[in-house]
Design a protein around this ligand. Structure first.
Ligand code: ZN
Length: 110
């Protein structure tokens, strides 16, 4: 399986797009900083603000379940997929080309 350029994937697949895909509704927005219920656990109260996302930095953290990371980590957790599969899945849903590592085309022999 060809390798994904995760650095490019993190740059091209933003947290805002991931949250939009799941229809996330924050309780509070301060510029790029969102707070609201954790999208990983449906049982939270909709008034919860345990989940913190920074759309500019592309990072999230949940003070309730301890989950955290970047947009790719969030999608992997939401879809319960390994990171590689999660990036392919996310690219497909966002209709974006997969950011393969350079040279990972058919001509590569490793
Ligand atoms: Zn959580």
């Amino acid at each position: 399986m060809p390798a994904i350029d995760y650095r490019r994937a993190r740059a091209e697949l933003g947290l805002a797009a991931v949250l939009a895909l799941v229809g996330y509704r924050p309780r509070r927005c301060q510029g790029p900083q969102w707070r609201g219920p954790c999208p990983l656990r449906g049982a939270h109260s909709p008034d919860s603000r345990s989940f913190a996302a920074h759309l500019g930095k592309n990072l999230f953290y949940c003070f309730c379940c301890g989950a955290g990371g970047n947009a790719l980590d969030l999608w992997a957790a939401l879809r319960r997929l390994p990171l590689h599969a999660a990036v392919l899945d996310l690219c497909q849903r966002l209709h974006q080309p997969v950011p393969w590592l350079d040279g990972a085309g058919p001509g590569r022999h490793d």
